[in-house]
Design a protein around this ligand. Structure first.
Ligand code: SF4
Length: 356
């Protein structure tokens, strides 16, 4: 969204389909025409429930998943991970941190070895003294101090938060331009999550890293990200600044996500809107059960959200909604944005401005 600087990493109309049962010809439609730009010093949060395609998107950006169609551009050039040299060069610029630090750090190795490896592989080390200096600096960058307390520890001797800091340090060892974080605070205690998010925010600002922050927690994304992309069933259904998407959500799915997340500012906002009768969604929408995420082998026709959408119209089951600009920096894919004054299929009247 921000055009202040050219994007460092970009996905252009990326689609990922993969076979699940070749004999039956079954295909998972994991990602459809998804586009995203990551800029230096900025964070985009990719938000959605499990199975929405967030991780597939991150793996595609990391070139761990080949897209069926579409392009990934790094520094404006088509990205490639064909061959060892290309893979290593790409990993030197784009790094991924996973959800489970215990699973991603080899328990048989000490922190020293885990950090030394990427430093040596990417040719950054000149001699033993230089290596020692770099190891200490890495631990200091992720606020694991004093470094000597952690260098010879095994992963199991560290807390969950400390392990995740080591995983971040390992990603930083190659001095990447992009950090892709897949639910990287989900498995941590609530008290630790904020510390890790603050650390990531400081690294982003101080080192001008471009970040993708994958999460199912839209309220947390609001405080950490500059922009939010909301994913549903393999599609980006809403995109905008974190403020716009969370304070003036335009897509019914985003509204349900927000309604199921306690957020004091947001609750006040919603209460005001409901009192004023501007919100077309049923007041008890958040408490209703709108069913399970769809099967991506046989995704719903038309708007993929229509089987669960409290505002669906008859046409929603057959016609894919267009992407509609709500403001210059905010769009959503929903037919209601074209004509908000008609009744929906469930009898709700959608007489509201999508952005107050
Ligand atoms: Fe709901 Fe229709 Fe909008 Fe899809 S296009 S979110 S089904 S109203």
């Amino acid at each position: 969204m921000s055009d202040e600087q050219a994007p460092v990493l970009e996905a252009v109309d990326v689609t990922v389909h993969y076979p699940v049962h070749r004999a039956r010809g079954e295909i998972v439609h994991a990602l459809e025409n998804a586009s995203l730009r990551l800029h230096p010093g900025r964070t985009v949060a990719l938000v959605g429930e499990s199975g929405s395609g967030k991780s597939t998107f991150a793996r595609t950006l990391a070139l761990a998943q080949e897209p069926t169609s579409g392009r990934v551009l790094l520094g404006g050039e088509p990205a490639s991970a064909r061959g060892r040299r290309a893979r290593r060069a790409y990993a030197g610029r784009v790094q991924m941190v996973l959800q489970d630090p215990f699973g991603s750090l080899n328990p048989l190795h000490r922190v020293r070895y885990l950090l030394e490896r990427p430093l040596r592989l990417h040719g950054a080390v000149t001699d033993r003294e230089d290596l020692e200096r770099r190891l200490r600096a890495l631990l200091e960058r992720v606020r694991l101090t004093p470094p000597e307390r952690f260098l010879d520890a095994f992963p199991h001797e560290l807390s969950g938060g400390q392990r995740q800091r080591v995983a971040i340090a390992r990603a930083l060892a190659v001095e990447p331009e992009v950090l892709l974080g897949d639910e990287l605070v989900t498995m941590l205690d609530v008290s630790i999550r904020l510390e890790i998010l603050n650390l990531l925010a400081a690294l982003r600002d101080e080192e001008h890293l471009a970040m993708l922050y994958i999460t199912h927690d839209i309220a947390g994304a609001r405080y950490f990200a500059d922009e939010i992309a909301v994913m549903y069933a393999g599609e980006i259904v809403e995109y905008g600044t974190a403020e716009d998407v969370t304070q003036t959500p335009a897509h019914p799915y985003t509204r349900l996500l927000l309604d199921s997340t306690p957020d004091p500012d947001r609750m006040e906002f919603l209460a005001g809107r409901r009192t004023g009768g501007l919100d077309g969604m049923a007041p008890d929408a958040a408490e209703d059960d709108y069913g399970e995420p769809p099967d991506l082998v046989h995704p719903p026709t038309g708007c993929r959200f229509h089987p669960r959408c409290p505002l669906a119209r008859p046409s929603c089951s057959s016609e894919a909604p267009p992407r509609v600009d709500v403001t210059e920096r905010h769009w959503a894919a929903c037919v209601l944005l074209l004509d908000p004054d008609e009744d929906d299929a469930h009898g709700h009247t959608t007489t509201r401005e999508m952005t107050p």
